[in-house]
Design a protein around this ligand. Structure first.
Ligand code: NAD
Length: 316
């Protein structure tokens, strides 16, 4: 494969052969983010502040339980205190609202994350609005969404922010590039597109957002220098749809049946094998965007602690 049309592959970490497709190593970039976070935790400790993240789980879904326990483990590794609250999935919505109110008032809690999805009888929008914007480390409160769109982000949502860090780490040129984001969700697609169009580093891309009603997705993908696949459909983007040399970021995490111990395996939205033949750079699943999402939550929590305790923390 030739070097990426939009600049990936030059002196990217771990890329010795300039003709090879660059495999974007999310584990390695996430480790760098965590090391940076740990250094900021030290700065906060010098000022007598221990950053704290509260996770709230109102669900019996085993996947949600796993996500929450991974987040707690991540916190421990970098010196962030974690507080965990579990609420019965059948409990009235008020119980969740009151929990959020209590956490908003606690000085030792700098970030609050309510694990989504919440049960059907709980209004997700009300939950997201209830979290104090300065503790909203997911970046989903309308105030934080507005600030992101206005180019004055406080907390960038973790997954798109993680993608931005990957693009930066691998010197992918976004300025003037044609980027296609497949998916328009509030947590991935929309904020991703908003970051890519900003007049700022790892922005300035000409960005097209595709979704379930998009016509001629193939034509749009074929012209894209950068593809961000976030539709939640297993392996639907294959190599034949890509522009040679494109950078391909696979956000999707899909469970498909497989003869493994668990009876399934995780695959992305991109058919990795065929895409790797055509792309200039590509993220694997697992090991691409996933570790970045986790790392950026720690980043946002430390940033939140700095803001709330008036300690200068230099994080974007
Ligand atoms: P979502 O279901 O909320 O959104 C999917 C989007 O895909 C929708 O906007 C929809 O319009 C679009 N879409 C559906 N069918 C389409 C089609 N045929 N063509 C084009 N677009 C189509 O999902 P989400 O929460 O944004 O997550 C997307 C994927 O990313 C999922 O697989 C999810 O598991 C994964 N995810 C991964 C991470 C991570 O850290 N790697 C984080 C969040 C989500």
């Amino acid at each position: 494969m030739t070097e990426s049309a939009n600049g990936a592959g030059g002196d990217a970490p771990g890329d010795d052969d300039p003709d090879a497709t660059t495999i974007i190593d999310g584990e390695s970039v996430a480790a760098d983010v965590r090391a940076d976070v740990a250094a900021h935790v030290e700065t906060l400790a010098d000022a007598g502040v221990t950053p704290g993240l509260a996770t709230v789980l109102m669900s019996d879904d085993p996947a949600s339980e796993t996500y929450v326990s991974m987040k707690q483990r991540d916190c421990e590794e970098v010196g962030i205190e974690s507080v965990h609250v579990e609420i019965d999935a059948d409990a009235p919505a008020d119980e969740l609202y009151e929990t959020i109110d209590d956490l908003n008032d606690r000085d030792d809690v700098h970030g609050i994350l309510v694990q989504l999805p919440v049960p059907d009888h709980v209004d997700k929008r009300s939950v997201l609005r209830r979290i104090a914007p300065e503790k909203d480390v997911d970046g989903f409160h309308p105030e934080n969404v507005g600030r992101l769109v206005a180019g004055d982000a406080r907390f960038k949502p973790c997954t798109p922010h993680g993608v931005q860090k990957l693009l930066a780490a691998y010197d992918v040129e976004t300025e003037g590039a044609d980027a296609v984001v497949v998916g328009r969700s509030d947590i991935v697609g929309k904020p991703m597109a908003n970051l890519l169009i900003q007049k700022s580093p790892v922005g300035n891309a000409t960005t097209t957002v595709c979704h379930s009603r998009t016509e001629d997705l193939e034509g749009k993908l074929a012209a894209a220098d950068i593809v961000i696949a976030a539709a939640g459909m297993s392996e639907f983007v294959d190599g034949s749809m890509l522009k040679p040399g494109a950078t391909v970021i696979d956000v999707g995490i899909n469970r498909v049946e497989a003869e493994t111990e668990k009876g399934y395996e995780l695959v992305g939205d991109v058919d990795y094998e065929s895409a790797t033949e055509v792309a200039g750079a590509i993220t694997p699943v697992p090991g691409g965007v996933g570790p970045m999402t986790r790392a950026m939550l720690l980043h946002n929590t430390v940033k939140a602690a700095g803001i709330q305790s008036d300690v200068a923390i230099d994080l974007d």
